[in-house]
Design a protein around this ligand. Sequence first.
Ligand code: F6R
Length: 593
Amino acid sequence: MCGIFGYVGHQEDAADIVFEGLKRLEYRGYDSWGIAVKKPGTGSKNTFAIRKRTGKIGNAKVSDLPKSSFGLGHTRWATHGGVTKINAHPHTDCTGSIVLIHNGIIENYEKLKKNLIAHGHRFVSETDSEVAVHLIEELNKTCSFTEAVRKAFLKLEGLNAIIVMHPRAHTFVGVRNGSPLVVGLGKGGNYLASDAAALLPHTKKVYFLEDNDLVVADAENVQIIEVKTGKRKKIKPRTLTWSIKQAEKGKYPHFMIKEIHEQPSILSEIASSGLSNAKKLSKHIDQAFDTYMVGCGTASYACIAGSYLFSKIANRHINWAVGSEFGYQLDFLTPKSLVMALSQSGETIDTLEAVKKAKGKGAKIFALVNTLGSSLYREADYSMLIGAGPEKAVASTKAFTGKLAHLVLLAYALAGKPKSGQSTLLKAAKASKTVLTPESRARIKKLAERMKNKEHIYVIGRGLSYPASLETALKIKEISYIHAEGFAAGELKHGVIALVEKGTPCIAFLPNDETYGANLAGAMEMKARGGSIIGISHKPHEVFDFYIPVADAQEATIIPNVIVGQVLAYYLAIARDLDPDMPRNLAKSVTVK
Ligand code: F6R
């Protein structure tokens, strides 16, 4: 969702620093952007130069903005008010001397706005965000600026993060509750960002704001204050382990294909380094009376896969739910329950809220996340990092297979056979590497060329291939905009088969497991209705119109199978002249409901 980047320091190129920061946040998804820098020579009163634009940053330049050492930028993903220049952030108060950017949704903005208008404030945008800056202006009449920000924030309902540029000093005042905010502690300057990866070119020393932390940052100092009490708080900075190189495209044309290619080595790495954590955490699963898995979108499909893996490998029943629904079905949780939350970003609001509700019932929380210091990482009783490195393409790839890899290890550890988990995973890494050879990619690309003008694609699987089907269909939908549906093959006859007609592409996952025969029957039924069958399997079959080989990796075959789906989705997007990294309407980190 919206991205934030701010700089205060001694360098005079704040506009460029902020602009580059925003470009690093582009992957989060946005529809307009804006930058404010303090104009030089304006004495004790700050006046600002502001640039706002709709659409993508593209080849925009900010070199005409004045030299400055104090700047703030924002990429907006519209919620309240259309995609217009006026609605883009930053927003200013009536005098233009307070500059604010906001992430989240101010749920009580209508009431606040009415009140502020009654007090003579003039609004120019349709956003909920503008309310915050006028509220600060109003409160600043009777108290210090920092205090005004603190008091204003306490009046905002909902999950929000705001950053304000001080009207009389080179100082940021920022607060968060729900929406992520991280401070970069640099040499000769400090930074604020919605996402730690954007800070990598400047510093690895960071502080992740906790809910209700207020930060006051100038070029030299960073202070944290508890928003509710106004008391100062000691901070414990962390060191980021990601490198700049990991967060760049390198030789690849898109982040998505780069991230797809990283998977075999990430899987091998998890196989070797994930074992000791898996052993430790499996004990908590073992001791829990009941265990649930929760996640959204792709992460929820990892949960479904987890439920099959735990059943198959460890004889263990684990429920799962999507984050947005879990809150409606957790009445039975007790302090003996364990909730496993899966998330790449660790900031997905639906997952976070589900976790908070579960905590309220006394359940213990285990988070499997990719982002160090993220909200879920901190909220959980036990946290484990996926270790996939920064994932920048909106469509999740390596974080998904990374989650699956840890679940394979956990299930085997729970079954008392951790080494088998490791060897299964290494087989999956090898099979994934084969899927990504130039010959294999060329084959999948050829298939994409054949399918690129189709209106519908159906994907079937049973057992672990059911979540593989859901995930493949989701990848195709989100980046190629072709309607794709994944479903349990057994459901074909219960309705979906009505949609199959001559030439409909039907992808069937047929791994070397107990589902092979029944799923093959499903593929045949589709073929009998004119469907064109794309078989993803360890062996060819005459029913296939197109065959993509994937080596057997036992229970972890879902991993290379899904990678075929990822590569297919990628080439479908390319064949349709779409940018796979930034699909329309989607955001990388979904921090609003
Ligand atoms: C799809 C995709 C989304 C995310 C979902 C949860 O490719 O990326 O469905 O999986 O928004 O995100 P995280 O894993 O960050 O909680």
